[in-house]
Design a protein around this ligand. Structure first.
Ligand SMILES: *Cc1c(COP(=O)(O)O)cnc(C)c1O
Length: 355
């Protein structure tokens, strides 16, 4: 970091820590005492500050409310046994936030604003990082338009905020998924690669339709032919077929470049697991399920790290997957990633930032 910034700090007069039950944390409901804020106006990011968490006052003509010019990120902080706070690859989140921002005509953030804002916020709300094994502090950076104007154009004013929320042990029950061939999440030339608000609003209806049919999540296919598997709602998706790890490439701009995805692929190569970044067709997936050559299927993302898939619906037919043995690749890589995130394994890759 080459520049430092001045951050104004206003501490909350009261803390919600005492009234927070760290043994019963439901995802996203408990917010920590403070947030980081910066404003964009007159062509620059300014006035970085930390404030007590509080409701916002918005003009009803606020551009985000009408046109969704808004992007977000998601990452986690962990506490190690020595009480240090560790954050996994925040530099990659900043890079992706700026890629998302660019696509949505939102001004990019300077590195020091993001990194120092995060560092100061974690320092002030350090007690909010759970120390129980498996627990973590979810970090939600986001940027949204704040012009009060009903015309459609890129806003001239924005806010960047970082919220944090303690989360309990995220054990994800193996999920049932459905290969979606009617609705689309993304198309080439669209915004699928961006963590942009509207992408998620658009996927709610298809996801709910799938849930009513008994499937926890959808496996999205490409928007043009619906013949190739892309990813899931908030997770990238990986398959092990005949001992080869297969996942869709991110070159088409329709798939979110997951940091967990990238980390799993790096670890897989280190573990001498054969890796193929290529599109898997729905036909090949069905054939592998029929022949029993599909050994593992799982989602990768910050929330669960690895979410095992127990059932896949393809072309209207349900296929149960074999139970994963403890030495399955998905279990081994999950263990390794957790060990790195909690600082139990030496971090020679430079993935862990300490606060
Ligand atoms: C956030 C997200 C992911 C996972 O990204 P991570 O960086 O691994 O958390 C995957 N797909 C979509 C659509 C996402 O929004």
């Amino acid at each position: 970091m080459n520049k430092t910034i001045e951050i104004q700090i206003t501490k909350s007069p009261v803390s919600k820590l005492a009234e927070t039950d760290f043994d019963n944390l439901a995802f996203g409901h408990t917010l920590s005492d403070h947030l980081f804020v910066a404003d964009y106006a007159q062509g620059e990011w300014q006035n970085p500050r930390i404030e007590p968490y509080a409701p916002l006052s918005l003009n009803p003509a606020n551009a985000t409310l009408h046109y969704g010019q808004s992007v977000f990120e998601g990452l986690k902080a962990y506490k190690n046994e020595a009480g240090q706070v560790l954050v996994f690859r925040p530099d990659a989140n900043l890079r992706r936030l700026n890629e998302s921002a660019k696509r949505m005509c939102i001004p990019e953030l300077p590195e020091e604003l993001f990194m120092e804002g995060l560092a100061r916020l974690l320092e002030i709300d350090r007690e909010w990082v759970p120390s129980k094994p498996g627990c973590s502090l979810y970090i939600r950076p986001f940027i949204f338009a704040t012009d009060d104007f009903l015309g459609i154009r890129p806003s001239q004013k924005y806010k960047f905020m970082i919220l944090t929320s303690p989360v309990g042990h995220y054990y994800s029950k193996p999920v049932a998924v459905k290969v979606e061939t009617q609705y689309s999440r993304a198309i080439e030339g669209g915004t699928g690669f961006a963590k942009a608000a509207g992408n998620y609003a658009g996927s709610l209806y298809p996801a709910l339709t799938g849930q009513k049919q008994g499937y926890d999540q959808l496996l999205w296919t490409d928007g043009k032919t619906h013949q190739y598997i892309e990813e899931s709602g908030t997770m990238n998706v990986m398959f092990v077929i005949n001992g080869v790890l297969i996942t869709a490439p991110t070159t088409t701009g329709t798939i979110l470049k997951g940091i967990t995805r990238d980390s799993v692929l790096i670890l897989a190569r280190e573990m001498n697991m054969p890796v193929e970044e290529r599109f898997l067709s729905v036909g090949e997936l069905q054939e592998s399920l029929e022949k029993g050559t599909l050994q593992e299927a799982f989602g990768t993302g910050t929330a669960a790290t690895v979410a095992h898939i127990r059932l896949i619906n393809v072309n209207g037919k349900d296929f149960e997957l074999p139970q994963k043995p403890t030495d399955a690749f998905s279990n081994r890589v999950l263990q390794k990633l957790d060990a790195i995130k909690y600082g139990k394994e030496e971090d020679f890759r430079g993935w862990v930032y300490r606060y």
